[in-house]
Design a protein around this ligand. Structure first.
Ligand code: ZN
Ligand code: ZN
Length: 365
């Protein structure tokens, strides 16, 4: 991964965002910009300044990780939280307009920060910014793609390994555990998110938590899961049938979702409006008579967070760029009966896209 170049890409964006310096408080953004993976820290970025602070647990770790990625802060302040805030205020004093990350700073933190800044004659104007680092994160470098692809491969192989167990009369929770264990056994650092196993009528709930329901003959089962590798996520859904679906309308729903998903994937490419990809999937399902059953967005970026920029949804202003990693995951949900969702993680290429998720979309196993 080319971590060291990232701060250089962020600095010119500060002026455009109306700030002289940016206080980065999102831990994913700090990780992206510096390589530091700890659970506490703040980063102040200005054209000539890279100030980093954290607490005593992370003094050595942060120094090692940043050095390994070639990031050299101009100031490092390691200490208790009040000492960090004091050092931050002093570092921020030259900058009249201090940008903060509106989504990653609570009301209480902002008040505390503003108080300490004011005591030190700093932070004359606090500017709320959104998405500055996230916009950089939307385009992945080769090292990031390798990690996401490995995470996607682990999920693919784990599913292939355990899917025959859908016919063994396990509960949703038990099958989920099989899948989770297989991903961990095959090298996942963790799950990407809590695995979804939704059988029969539970499939109509897009984010059903796997429970005590037994997976039975005739069930349509929606699986949504992924692996985590060195901070990077994967995300996939497959819909599998245990024998013939006991609800005859499910065959048509599954087929319509598959057609919509393929159409959405074909629509991907650099310069394409994310809202247009969503519209392709939505129109496809509407044409099949299931438009009302598609109750969520078509997809999202995947990276250091499971859901990140860009958003493939109605009203999104995002544009796909080459190197973006996104999901395409239309679904249809018939309350009381069941649901279907098919989701791949893909990377946008110069000519279209390349799937990182490679599992078959066959519903049988
Ligand atoms: Zn998913
Ligand atoms: Zn997803």
């Amino acid at each position: 991964m080319e971590v060291a170049a990232r701060l250089g890409r962020l600095r010119p964006r500060l002026e455009e965002a109306g700030c002289d310096a940016l206080l980065v408080t999102s831990l994913e953004n700090i990780r992206y910009l510096t390589g530091f993976t700890g659970s506490a820290g703040m980063l102040l970025v200005a054209p000539e300044v890279t100030f980093f602070c954290s607490d005593g647990r992370y003094g050595e770790q942060s120094a090692e990780q940043m050095a390994a990625d070639g990031v050299e802060p101009t100031t490092r302040a390691i200490g208790r939280p009040p000492e960090q805030l004091q050092a931050l205020a002093e570092a921020a004093r030259p900058f009249g307009r201090l940008g903060v990350e509106a989504h990653a700073l609570s009301w209480a933190e902002k008040r505390r920060l503003a108080g300490v800044l004011a005591e030190n004659g700093a932070g004359e104007e606090i500017v709320a910014t959104e998405g500055l680092v996230e916009a950089l994160r939307a385009v992945k470098d080769a090292g990031e793609l390798d990690r996401i692809e490995l995470a996607a491969d682990i999920a693919d192989v784990a599913l292939a390994q355990v899917k025959s167990r859908l016919g063994d009369g396990l509960t949703e929770a038990e099958f989920g555990l099989e899948l989770d264990f297989e991903m961990r056994r095959r090298g996942a650092d963790d799950l990407s998110f809590e695995t979804i196993v939704a059988a029969g009528p539970n499939g109509a709930l897009p984010h059903h938590r796997p429970g005590a329901r037994r997976i039975e003959e005739g069930d349509v089962v929606v699986l949504d899961f992924g692996a985590l590798v060195e901070g990077y996520h994967s995300d996939m859904s497959r819909t599998l049938t245990v024998g013939r679906p006991s609800s005859p309308e499910m065959d048509g729903i599954i087929e319509a979702v598959l057609v919509a998903q393929r159409a959405g994937v074909r629509a991907l490419g650099p310069g394409v409006k994310c809202a247009d990809v969503d519209a392709v999937c939505r129109d496809s399902l509407r044409g099949a008579g299931f438009g009302e059953l598609f109750v969520h967005g078509t997809g999202h970026g995947v990276g250091l967070l499971i859901h990140e920029a860009p958003a493939l949804a109605v009203g999104s202003a995002d544009i796909l760029e080459e190197g973006a990693v996104v999901t395409v995951e239309p679904g249809a949900y018939l309350p009381g009966v069941g649901g279907a969702r098919i989701e791949d993680t893909l990377v946008v290429t110069a000519t279209g896209s390349r799937p990182l998720t490679k599992s078959t979309k066959d519903t049988t196993f």
